[in-house]
Design a protein around this ligand. Structure first.
Ligand code: HEM
Length: 215
């Protein structure tokens, strides 16, 4: 395998210009728990790719959303698999982000000069939860409808602005077609774009400030 790579490198010359990225010095005390951020990122990439494929067949309309999901599940070639990959990578993303956060907390890597990266990480976590919440409505079945009705009604318990906030989130008084379009837009555009920007900032700071090693 190594010889094949060496031969390819002789032709493409990729190793030398990327040495700076591929061969970084790591502080002592690094262990497998430091792979959790990378595992979260792998889940994020899987989510992104499977989401792109699902968007080829999903129809975000009150009349057709449910049927389009049934079609993806039963008729589209490997549709059931892409749906499962999307669902499971979302689950793993949450598990990996939470364990990564715990690793960062235990190794006290949130301290100066990395406090801003901790805040950026927290915003990414909120983005991941919001993506899960907005995605849950998209199958447009009874479970999705009632989960969103209960979830969005919690906003109304916030003093003073609560009812307005719930109205804004739902796009009306009740969960309906406007909510579906709003959630779809947040799920496939607003949140992925925001999370990509946050992750860029996250990785940029890791590159510049390094990783915290042994305590
Ligand atoms: C999709 C979400 C996330 C991804 C893909 C991600 C990815 C990564 C990666 C690859 C690293 C390098 C070291 C390692 O893997 O442990 C890292 C470091 C770091 N992450 Fe995250 N992360 C995410 C979410 C978070 C969250 C939620 C927090 C905190 C609330 C956070 C805070 C940090 C901090 C402070 C560092 C620097 C750690 C050090 O210097 O040792 N990250 N992240």
């Amino acid at each position: 395998m190594g010889r094949v790579f060496d031969w390819l490198d002789e032709k493409f010359k990729i190793k030398a210009p990327h040495k700076r990225f591929l061969q970084r010095r790591l502080p002592p005390g690094i262990n497998y728990f430091y792979c959790l951020g990378g595992a979260a990122f792998t889940s994020y990439l899987l989510l992104f790719i499977s989401g792109l494929l699902l968007s080829l067949y999903y129809v975000p309309s009150e009349m057709e959303a449910y049927e389009s999901i049934v079609r993806i599940q039963n008729e589209v070639h490997l549709g059931w698999l892409i749906r499962s990959i999307h669902k499971w990578s979302a689950t793993f993303l949450i598990v990996f982000i939470l364990s990564h956060t715990l690793r960062v907390f235990i190794s006290r890597a949130y301290k100066s000069p990395k406090e801003l990266n901790w805040i950026v990480g927290c915003l990414t976590l909120v983005g991941a939860f919001a993506s899960g919440f907005t995605g849950y409505l998209l199958p447009w079945d009874q479970k999705a409808y009632w989960a969103t009705t209960v979830g969005t009604s919690m906003a109304s318990t916030i003093p003073l602005a609560g009812r307005h906030l719930m109205y804004i989130i739902r796009g009306g008084m009740d969960v309906g077609g406007a909510t579906l379009i709003r959630f779809y837009s947040f799920h496939v555009l607003w949140l992925p774009i925001t999370m990509a920007a946050l992750l860029w900032a996250h990785f940029h700071m890791i590159k510049r400030l390094g990783i915290k090693g042994r305590l």
